[in-house]
Design a protein around this ligand. Structure first.
Ligand SMILES: Nc1ncnc2c1ncn2[C@@H]1O[C@H](COP(=O)(O)OP(=O)(O)OP(=O)(O)O)[C@@H](O)[C@H]1O
Ligand SMILES: [Mg+2]
Length: 386
Protein backbone atom coordinates (compact mmCIF):
# COMPACT_ATOMS: atom_id res chain seq x y z
CA UNK A 1 0.00 0.00 0.00
CA UNK A 2 1.15 3.52 -0.76
CA UNK A 3 2.75 4.72 2.51
CA UNK A 4 1.06 8.11 2.18
CA UNK A 5 -2.44 6.67 2.37
CA UNK A 6 -4.64 6.05 5.35
CA UNK A 7 -7.02 3.14 5.63
CA UNK A 8 -10.12 4.35 7.44
CA UNK A 9 -11.30 0.80 7.72
CA UNK A 10 -14.88 1.83 6.83
CA UNK A 11 -16.89 -0.37 4.50
CA UNK A 12 -18.93 2.35 2.87
CA UNK A 13 -21.07 -0.09 0.91
CA UNK A 14 -22.20 -1.92 4.03
CA UNK A 15 -22.52 1.34 5.84
CA UNK A 16 -24.89 2.75 3.25
CA UNK A 17 -26.88 -0.46 3.25
CA UNK A 18 -27.35 -0.14 7.02
CA UNK A 19 -27.79 3.60 6.86
CA UNK A 20 -30.21 3.81 9.77
CA UNK A 21 -27.85 1.95 12.08
CA UNK A 22 -24.51 3.07 13.28
CA UNK A 23 -21.62 1.34 11.59
CA UNK A 24 -18.91 -0.47 13.46
CA UNK A 25 -15.48 0.40 12.21
CA UNK A 26 -12.24 -1.45 12.56
CA UNK A 27 -9.54 -0.10 14.87
CA UNK A 28 -7.73 2.94 13.62
CA UNK A 29 -4.65 2.54 11.54
CA UNK A 30 -2.05 5.22 12.03
CA UNK A 31 -0.88 7.51 9.32
CA UNK A 32 2.36 6.31 7.91
CA UNK A 33 3.66 9.45 6.24
CA UNK A 34 7.40 9.20 6.43
CA UNK A 35 8.72 11.69 8.88
CA UNK A 36 11.89 13.13 7.47
CA UNK A 37 11.00 16.77 7.31
CA UNK A 38 11.38 18.20 10.77
CA UNK A 39 8.92 19.79 13.14
CA UNK A 40 6.45 21.05 10.59
CA UNK A 41 6.07 17.54 9.30
CA UNK A 42 5.45 16.33 12.87
CA UNK A 43 2.74 18.90 13.48
CA UNK A 44 1.08 18.34 10.16
CA UNK A 45 1.26 14.56 10.50
CA UNK A 46 -0.25 14.62 13.97
CA UNK A 47 -3.17 16.79 12.85
CA UNK A 48 -3.88 14.47 9.95
CA UNK A 49 -3.50 11.41 12.18
CA UNK A 50 -5.92 12.93 14.69
CA UNK A 51 -8.48 13.50 11.95
CA UNK A 52 -8.26 9.83 11.03
CA UNK A 53 -8.46 8.79 14.70
CA UNK A 54 -11.55 10.95 15.13
CA UNK A 55 -13.17 9.28 12.17
CA UNK A 56 -12.68 5.97 13.96
CA UNK A 57 -14.26 7.04 17.24
CA UNK A 58 -17.25 4.90 18.27
CA UNK A 59 -19.22 4.66 15.07
CA UNK A 60 -19.16 6.37 11.72
CA UNK A 61 -22.02 6.70 9.30
CA UNK A 62 -21.63 8.23 5.87
CA UNK A 63 -24.32 10.58 4.61
CA UNK A 64 -24.34 11.65 0.99
CA UNK A 65 -23.88 15.40 0.74
CA UNK A 66 -23.64 16.25 -2.89
CA UNK A 67 -23.10 14.94 -6.34
CA UNK A 68 -20.74 17.47 -7.81
CA UNK A 69 -17.64 17.36 -9.97
CA UNK A 70 -16.12 14.79 -7.66
CA UNK A 71 -19.05 12.45 -7.96
CA UNK A 72 -20.42 11.43 -4.57
CA UNK A 73 -19.34 13.47 -1.57
CA UNK A 74 -20.04 12.00 1.87
CA UNK A 75 -20.17 13.54 5.31
CA UNK A 76 -18.79 11.13 7.90
CA UNK A 77 -20.81 11.44 11.06
CA UNK A 78 -19.70 10.26 14.48
CA UNK A 79 -21.48 10.73 17.77
CA UNK A 80 -24.28 12.54 15.94
CA UNK A 81 -21.89 15.14 14.52
CA UNK A 82 -20.46 15.64 11.08
CA UNK A 83 -16.74 15.38 11.56
CA UNK A 84 -15.30 14.91 8.09
CA UNK A 85 -16.01 14.93 4.38
CA UNK A 86 -14.93 11.97 2.24
CA UNK A 87 -14.52 12.50 -1.51
CA UNK A 88 -13.77 9.36 -3.52
CA UNK A 89 -11.45 9.91 -6.47
CA UNK A 90 -13.33 7.23 -8.36
CA UNK A 91 -15.74 8.92 -10.72
CA UNK A 92 -14.13 12.37 -10.63
CA UNK A 93 -15.71 14.50 -13.31
CA UNK A 94 -13.32 17.42 -13.54
CA UNK A 95 -13.53 19.37 -16.74
CA UNK A 96 -10.02 20.73 -16.74
CA UNK A 97 -7.96 19.66 -19.69
CA UNK A 98 -4.84 19.94 -17.58
CA UNK A 99 -5.85 17.57 -14.78
CA UNK A 100 -5.85 13.79 -14.67
CA UNK A 101 -8.94 12.40 -13.04
CA UNK A 102 -8.02 10.29 -10.03
CA UNK A 103 -5.46 12.72 -8.61
CA UNK A 104 -7.92 15.01 -6.86
CA UNK A 105 -7.18 13.59 -3.41
CA UNK A 106 -3.45 14.20 -3.75
CA UNK A 107 -4.10 17.79 -4.76
CA UNK A 108 -6.55 18.29 -1.86
CA UNK A 109 -3.89 17.13 0.58
CA UNK A 110 -1.15 19.15 -1.13
CA UNK A 111 -3.16 22.38 -0.82
CA UNK A 112 -3.71 21.68 2.88
CA UNK A 113 0.05 21.27 3.31
CA UNK A 114 0.81 24.47 1.38
CA UNK A 115 -1.46 26.39 3.76
CA UNK A 116 -0.38 24.48 6.87
CA UNK A 117 3.31 25.19 6.34
CA UNK A 118 2.64 28.93 6.43
CA UNK A 119 0.59 28.75 9.62
CA UNK A 120 -2.82 27.78 8.14
CA UNK A 121 -3.52 31.46 7.49
CA UNK A 122 -6.12 30.63 4.84
CA UNK A 123 -7.81 28.05 7.09
CA UNK A 124 -7.82 25.03 4.77
CA UNK A 125 -9.36 22.27 6.95
CA UNK A 126 -7.07 19.40 7.94
CA UNK A 127 -6.97 17.09 4.93
CA UNK A 128 -5.54 13.63 4.42
CA UNK A 129 -6.11 10.70 2.12
CA UNK A 130 -8.04 7.57 2.80
CA UNK A 131 -8.71 4.12 1.42
CA UNK A 132 -12.15 2.75 2.13
CA UNK A 133 -13.60 -0.69 1.44
CA UNK A 134 -16.82 -0.55 -0.57
CA UNK A 135 -18.52 -3.86 -1.28
CA UNK A 136 -15.16 -5.56 -1.18
CA UNK A 137 -13.56 -2.94 -3.43
CA UNK A 138 -11.12 -0.34 -2.24
CA UNK A 139 -12.26 3.24 -2.75
CA UNK A 140 -9.61 5.90 -2.49
CA UNK A 141 -10.22 9.52 -1.77
CA UNK A 142 -9.60 12.53 0.42
CA UNK A 143 -10.84 13.02 3.93
CA UNK A 144 -11.20 16.56 5.23
CA UNK A 145 -12.27 17.92 8.61
CA UNK A 146 -15.83 19.22 8.49
CA UNK A 147 -15.97 23.01 8.70
CA UNK A 148 -18.16 24.19 11.60
CA UNK A 149 -20.02 27.45 12.15
CA UNK A 150 -20.84 27.83 8.46
CA UNK A 151 -23.32 30.57 7.58
CA UNK A 152 -23.46 29.75 3.87
CA UNK A 153 -21.51 30.06 0.65
CA UNK A 154 -19.89 33.33 -0.35
CA UNK A 155 -22.09 33.30 -3.46
CA UNK A 156 -25.12 33.92 -1.20
CA UNK A 157 -23.67 37.12 0.23
CA UNK A 158 -22.81 40.46 -1.34
CA UNK A 159 -19.41 41.77 -0.30
CA UNK A 160 -19.81 45.52 0.34
CA UNK A 161 -18.25 47.70 -2.34
CA UNK A 162 -16.81 50.27 0.04
CA UNK A 163 -13.47 49.24 1.53
CA UNK A 164 -14.36 50.16 5.10
CA UNK A 165 -17.58 48.15 5.01
CA UNK A 166 -15.93 45.24 3.20
CA UNK A 167 -13.23 45.03 5.89
CA UNK A 168 -15.89 45.10 8.60
CA UNK A 169 -17.56 42.17 6.81
CA UNK A 170 -14.38 40.13 6.14
CA UNK A 171 -11.06 41.31 7.62
CA UNK A 172 -8.43 42.33 5.08
CA UNK A 173 -5.93 39.70 6.27
CA UNK A 174 -8.49 36.89 5.83
CA UNK A 175 -9.34 37.99 2.29
CA UNK A 176 -5.65 38.29 1.45
CA UNK A 177 -4.79 34.88 2.87
CA UNK A 178 -7.34 33.13 0.66
CA UNK A 179 -6.22 35.03 -2.42
CA UNK A 180 -2.53 34.35 -1.82
CA UNK A 181 -3.24 30.66 -1.27
CA UNK A 182 -5.23 30.39 -4.51
CA UNK A 183 -2.48 32.18 -6.43
CA UNK A 184 0.27 29.96 -5.00
CA UNK A 185 -1.58 26.76 -5.89
CA UNK A 186 -3.02 28.10 -9.16
CA UNK A 187 -6.60 27.32 -8.14
CA UNK A 188 -8.83 26.50 -11.10
CA UNK A 189 -12.02 26.23 -9.06
CA UNK A 190 -12.37 29.13 -6.63
CA UNK A 191 -15.91 29.97 -7.63
CA UNK A 192 -18.06 31.44 -4.85
CA UNK A 193 -19.59 28.02 -4.09
CA UNK A 194 -16.19 26.79 -2.94
CA UNK A 195 -15.70 29.44 -0.29
CA UNK A 196 -17.74 29.22 2.92
CA UNK A 197 -18.72 32.20 5.04
CA UNK A 198 -18.11 31.48 8.73
CA UNK A 199 -19.30 32.96 12.04
CA UNK A 200 -22.68 34.53 12.61
CA UNK A 201 -21.35 37.85 13.86
CA UNK A 202 -19.28 40.28 11.84
CA UNK A 203 -16.48 40.26 10.93
CA UNK A 204 -17.06 36.88 9.34
CA UNK A 205 -14.40 34.28 8.61
CA UNK A 206 -13.75 32.28 5.46
CA UNK A 207 -13.65 28.52 4.92
CA UNK A 208 -11.94 27.42 1.72
CA UNK A 209 -12.98 23.98 0.44
CA UNK A 210 -12.73 21.87 -2.70
CA UNK A 211 -9.10 21.92 -3.78
CA UNK A 212 -9.11 19.02 -6.21
CA UNK A 213 -8.62 21.37 -9.18
CA UNK A 214 -5.40 23.07 -8.15
CA UNK A 215 -1.73 22.60 -9.00
CA UNK A 216 -1.83 21.69 -12.70
CA UNK A 217 1.40 20.97 -14.60
CA UNK A 218 3.45 24.12 -15.23
CA UNK A 219 2.58 24.27 -18.95
CA UNK A 220 -1.20 24.32 -18.26
CA UNK A 221 -1.76 27.74 -16.76
CA UNK A 222 -4.74 28.91 -18.80
CA UNK A 223 -7.65 28.04 -16.50
CA UNK A 224 -7.24 29.85 -13.18
CA UNK A 225 -10.54 30.79 -11.51
CA UNK A 226 -10.49 33.43 -8.76
CA UNK A 227 -14.06 34.50 -9.23
CA UNK A 228 -14.95 34.26 -5.53
CA UNK A 229 -12.67 37.15 -4.48
CA UNK A 230 -10.97 38.86 -7.45
CA UNK A 231 -13.11 42.01 -7.26
CA UNK A 232 -13.21 42.41 -3.45
CA UNK A 233 -12.27 45.93 -2.26
CA UNK A 234 -9.81 44.45 0.29
CA UNK A 235 -7.69 43.27 -2.65
CA UNK A 236 -7.62 46.45 -4.73
CA UNK A 237 -5.50 48.40 -2.23
CA UNK A 238 -1.78 47.95 -1.48
CA UNK A 239 -1.16 44.68 0.34
CA UNK A 240 -1.24 44.82 4.14
CA UNK A 241 1.71 43.94 6.37
CA UNK A 242 0.01 40.57 6.96
CA UNK A 243 0.10 39.86 3.22
CA UNK A 244 3.78 40.82 3.13
CA UNK A 245 4.53 38.42 5.98
CA UNK A 246 2.58 35.61 4.36
CA UNK A 247 4.19 36.03 0.93
CA UNK A 248 7.61 36.18 2.61
CA UNK A 249 6.94 33.06 4.70
CA UNK A 250 5.63 31.15 1.66
CA UNK A 251 8.86 31.94 -0.17
CA UNK A 252 11.05 31.04 2.81
CA UNK A 253 9.24 27.71 3.30
CA UNK A 254 9.10 26.86 -0.40
CA UNK A 255 11.78 24.15 -0.46
CA UNK A 256 10.23 22.33 2.52
CA UNK A 257 6.74 22.69 1.07
CA UNK A 258 7.87 21.23 -2.25
CA UNK A 259 9.42 18.25 -0.49
CA UNK A 260 6.26 17.61 1.51
CA UNK A 261 3.83 17.85 -1.42
CA UNK A 262 6.11 15.62 -3.48
CA UNK A 263 6.13 13.14 -0.61
CA UNK A 264 2.32 13.28 -0.63
CA UNK A 265 2.43 12.18 -4.27
CA UNK A 266 2.12 15.43 -6.24
CA UNK A 267 3.60 15.15 -9.73
CA UNK A 268 6.95 16.92 -10.30
CA UNK A 269 5.37 19.04 -13.07
CA UNK A 270 2.83 20.37 -10.53
CA UNK A 271 5.56 21.04 -7.97
CA UNK A 272 7.13 23.33 -10.59
CA UNK A 273 3.79 25.17 -10.77
CA UNK A 274 3.85 25.68 -6.98
CA UNK A 275 7.41 27.02 -7.21
CA UNK A 276 6.80 29.48 -10.00
CA UNK A 277 3.51 30.74 -8.58
CA UNK A 278 5.04 31.24 -5.11
CA UNK A 279 7.96 33.18 -6.61
CA UNK A 280 5.52 35.28 -8.66
CA UNK A 281 3.54 36.11 -5.48
CA UNK A 282 6.72 36.90 -3.55
CA UNK A 283 8.06 39.33 -6.15
CA UNK A 284 4.66 40.91 -6.82
CA UNK A 285 3.82 41.45 -3.15
CA UNK A 286 7.04 41.69 -1.14
CA UNK A 287 9.22 43.44 -3.72
CA UNK A 288 6.65 45.43 -5.71
CA UNK A 289 3.69 45.93 -3.33
CA UNK A 290 1.22 45.44 -6.17
CA UNK A 291 -2.41 45.09 -4.97
CA UNK A 292 -3.33 41.42 -4.84
CA UNK A 293 -6.34 41.79 -7.16
CA UNK A 294 -4.16 43.42 -9.85
CA UNK A 295 -1.43 40.83 -9.47
CA UNK A 296 -3.92 37.97 -9.60
CA UNK A 297 -5.41 39.36 -12.82
CA UNK A 298 -2.04 38.72 -14.51
CA UNK A 299 -2.63 35.00 -13.92
CA UNK A 300 -6.01 35.03 -15.66
CA UNK A 301 -7.02 34.99 -19.29
CA UNK A 302 -9.52 37.60 -20.42
CA UNK A 303 -12.74 35.60 -20.63
CA UNK A 304 -14.45 38.28 -22.70
CA UNK A 305 -11.84 38.16 -25.49
CA UNK A 306 -12.86 35.99 -28.43
CA UNK A 307 -10.60 34.24 -29.14
CA UNK A 308 -8.79 34.42 -25.83
CA UNK A 309 -5.15 35.36 -25.54
CA UNK A 310 -2.53 33.79 -23.30
CA UNK A 311 -2.37 35.38 -19.86
CA UNK A 312 0.54 37.59 -18.78
CA UNK A 313 1.83 34.67 -16.68
CA UNK A 314 1.50 32.11 -19.47
CA UNK A 315 3.47 34.31 -21.86
CA UNK A 316 6.41 34.57 -19.44
CA UNK A 317 6.34 30.86 -18.60
CA UNK A 318 6.26 29.94 -22.27
CA UNK A 319 9.15 32.27 -23.18
CA UNK A 320 11.36 31.08 -20.31
CA UNK A 321 10.57 27.40 -20.93
CA UNK A 322 11.48 27.67 -24.62
CA UNK A 323 14.85 29.11 -23.62
CA UNK A 324 15.55 26.11 -21.40
CA UNK A 325 14.61 23.01 -23.31
CA UNK A 326 10.80 23.07 -23.03
CA UNK A 327 9.30 21.52 -26.19
CA UNK A 328 6.19 23.66 -26.31
CA UNK A 329 3.93 24.99 -28.98
CA UNK A 330 0.74 27.04 -28.92
CA UNK A 331 -2.17 25.72 -30.93
CA UNK A 332 -5.78 26.80 -31.22
CA UNK A 333 -8.29 24.47 -29.60
CA UNK A 334 -11.82 23.73 -30.89
CA UNK A 335 -13.06 27.12 -29.72
CA UNK A 336 -10.13 28.92 -31.33
CA UNK A 337 -8.54 29.70 -27.95
CA UNK A 338 -4.79 29.21 -27.57
CA UNK A 339 -3.67 26.03 -25.87
CA UNK A 340 -0.11 25.27 -24.85
CA UNK A 341 0.93 21.77 -25.95
CA UNK A 342 4.00 19.91 -24.76
CA UNK A 343 5.75 17.04 -26.51
CA UNK A 344 7.37 15.08 -23.73
CA UNK A 345 5.46 15.80 -20.52
CA UNK A 346 8.07 18.40 -19.75
CA UNK A 347 10.95 15.93 -19.40
CA UNK A 348 13.33 18.04 -21.50
CA UNK A 349 12.90 21.18 -19.38
CA UNK A 350 16.00 22.23 -17.45
CA UNK A 351 14.04 23.12 -14.35
CA UNK A 352 16.55 25.16 -12.33
CA UNK A 353 17.69 27.49 -15.17
CA UNK A 354 14.02 27.83 -16.18
CA UNK A 355 13.01 28.95 -12.67
CA UNK A 356 15.94 31.38 -12.46
CA UNK A 357 15.12 32.86 -15.86
CA UNK A 358 11.46 33.20 -14.91
CA UNK A 359 12.38 34.95 -11.69
CA UNK A 360 14.33 37.57 -13.64
CA UNK A 361 11.43 38.02 -16.07
CA UNK A 362 8.93 38.42 -13.23
CA UNK A 363 11.14 41.03 -11.57
CA UNK A 364 11.74 43.02 -14.71
CA UNK A 365 8.22 42.81 -16.14
CA UNK A 366 6.36 43.35 -12.86
CA UNK A 367 8.45 46.47 -12.32
CA UNK A 368 7.36 47.70 -15.75
CA UNK A 369 3.74 46.72 -14.99
CA UNK A 370 3.91 48.68 -11.76
CA UNK A 371 5.30 51.75 -13.52
CA UNK A 372 2.72 51.51 -16.32
CA UNK A 373 -0.16 51.33 -13.88
CA UNK A 374 0.75 53.77 -11.10
CA UNK A 375 -2.87 53.96 -10.01
CA UNK A 376 -2.75 50.28 -9.16
CA UNK A 377 -0.60 50.73 -6.07
CA UNK A 378 0.02 53.32 -3.41
CA UNK A 379 2.22 56.13 -4.80
CA UNK A 380 4.64 55.67 -1.96
CA UNK A 381 4.55 51.87 -1.77
CA UNK A 382 8.20 50.88 -1.70
CA UNK A 383 9.90 48.76 -4.31
CA UNK A 384 12.10 46.65 -2.11
CA UNK A 385 15.63 45.79 -2.99
CA UNK A 386 16.53 42.17 -3.30
N1 LIG B 1 -14.64 20.45 4.71
C1 LIG B 1 -15.95 20.65 4.52
N2 LIG B 1 -16.72 21.06 5.54
C2 LIG B 1 -18.06 21.25 5.39
N3 LIG B 1 -18.71 21.02 4.24
C3 LIG B 1 -18.00 20.63 3.18
C4 LIG B 1 -16.58 20.42 3.26
N4 LIG B 1 -16.14 20.00 2.05
C5 LIG B 1 -17.22 19.94 1.27
N5 LIG B 1 -18.33 20.31 1.93
C6 LIG B 1 -19.71 20.35 1.41
O1 LIG B 1 -19.80 19.39 0.37
C7 LIG B 1 -20.13 20.03 -0.85
C8 LIG B 1 -19.36 19.38 -1.99
O2 LIG B 1 -17.98 19.42 -1.70
P1 LIG B 1 -16.92 19.92 -2.77
O3 LIG B 1 -17.28 21.28 -3.24
O4 LIG B 1 -15.57 19.75 -2.14
O5 LIG B 1 -17.10 18.81 -3.88
P2 LIG B 1 -17.22 18.80 -5.46
O6 LIG B 1 -17.94 17.59 -5.84
O7 LIG B 1 -15.88 18.92 -6.05
O8 LIG B 1 -18.05 20.05 -5.71
P3 LIG B 1 -18.80 20.84 -6.84
O9 LIG B 1 -20.23 20.78 -6.37
O10 LIG B 1 -18.19 22.19 -6.68
O11 LIG B 1 -18.57 20.23 -8.15
C9 LIG B 1 -19.78 21.48 -0.64
O12 LIG B 1 -20.53 22.34 -1.45
C10 LIG B 1 -20.09 21.67 0.83
O13 LIG B 1 -21.47 21.87 1.03
MG1 LIG C 1 -17.37 22.37 -4.84
Amino acid sequence: MDPCKVDLGVDLGKALAKRSNSVAVSPPRRLTHTDTLGNFSDVSNSLRAKLVDDVHEDAVSPVELDHGQTGHVYALEAGGQKIAVFKPVDGEKFHRKSLDAGKGAVREEAVYLVDRLTGSQAGVPVTSRASIQVDGHTLEGSVQAFVMDVQGFIEDYGIPRKLEEAVAFIPQADAESIALLDMRVFNMDRHPGNLLLLKKAKPHGLGPIDHGCCLPPWWCLGEAIFEAWISWPQLQTPPSSDAFSLARAAHAKLALTCRMVAEAGLDPSAVVTLRLCTIFVYIGIVEMAIPIGKLAALMLRDDCADPQELSWLEERVLAAAKEHGGKLSVQANDRGDPEVRIEDFGDALEVEPFIQDLELRFRQDLKAFRQDTPESHGEDAPIQSW
